[in-house]
Design a protein around this ligand. Structure first.
Ligand SMILES: Nc1ncnc2c1ncn2[C@@H]1O[C@H](COP(=O)(O)OP(=O)(O)OP(=O)(O)O)[C@@H](O)[C@H]1O
Ligand SMILES: [Mg+2]
Length: 250
């Protein structure tokens, strides 16, 4: 059976720089939730860009390896095509259109859908995040950080992606809000049967959320396994969970 996503030996470099990804292997099973952990500059966003066809925008290039979605090579496909194939993305940095209203932002996400399904899909997002519905005619720039992140997620969900890539959902947000957004994300994953890749610097959060996890260090996967195995590893306990030497459960 094919996987939702499979990276084999994937290498990426940016113009005039060394490898940002160096022979990376990663698998997302169908319906699986996978976390990608790593420090600043490890290459997490680069991996998302490579999967979603956005590397050329950043002067980056895949120099080797393969990427398959549902068993089909997607190497070199542009992002608009990937969206139509069922890929959704929540980019790093809450990229919403600040001058557009909440509703208009969702409409941008829905642009690839047939007109007849647009309203139903947008209503489903409002149901998931009632806060967005309350603010549907407000400019996105006036929303709080958490609400903007809900909107960025909603915009990706409006197409009902089979594969969702989420980059640093938690960055700069209060823990309670982050937990609430992750809870909704989990619900969506379960109801849609979507496969999800979450990139997180907050390892504890990611390991609570995901079934399997990978650790990326300087462009290489140095550890992978079930979320529990990874959480219990010395590497992650010491470098990512800030555990004291003698440990002790939180
Ligand atoms: N457009 C670019 N041009 C050149 N180098 C880049 C570019 N984008 C990223 N890099 C470099 O590639 C490496 C990986 O960066 P990337 O943004 O993928 O890391 P990251 O794991 O997402 O980090 P963070 O946690 O800070 O978001 C870094 O050394 C970075 O400086
Ligand atoms: Mg990043």
């Amino acid at each position: 059976m094919s996987h939702a996503l499979e990276l084999r030996d994937l290498s990426v470099r940016y113009a005039r720089k060394g490898f940002a990804l160096d022979g990376v292997n990663l698998t997302i099973p169908k319906g699986g939730v996978v976390a990608l952990l790593g420090a600043n500059g490890a290459g997490k966003t680069t991996m998302i860009r490579a999967i979603s066809g956005l590397l050329p925008l950043h002067n980056g290039q895949i120099t080797g390896g393969s990427i398959a979605m549902d068993g089909q090579s997607i190497l070199g496909l542009p992002s608009h095509k990937l969206v139509r194939m069922g890929m959704g993305q929540v980019p790093e940095g809450r990229l919403v259109f600040k001058q557009l209203t909440v509703e208009e932002n969702l409409r941008v996400g829905a642009a690839v859908l047939p007109k007849s399904t647009e309203k139903e899909r947008m209503d489903a997002v409002y149901e998931l995040f009632p806060r967005l519905q309350e603010r549907r005619s407000q400019a996105a720039g006036w929303l709080s950080g958490g609400e903007q992140q809900m909107l960025a997620l909603g915009r990706a969900l409006v197409t009902r992606p089979r594969l969702l890539l989420v980059d640093e959902l938690s960055l700069g947000l209060a823990p309670l809000i982050v937990r609430a957004i992750y809870k909704q994300l989990k619900l969506v994953g379960e109801t849609l049967g979507a496969s999800i890749l979450v990139v997180e610097q907050n390892a504890r959060l990611a390991l609570d959320f995901a079934a399997t996890a990978y650790v990326l260090e300087r462009g290489r996967i140095t550890l992978s396994g079930s979320a529990q195995e990874v959480a219990n590893s010395d590497l992650v306990r010491e470098s990512y969970l800030g555990a004291a030497k003698e440990g002790g459960a939180a």
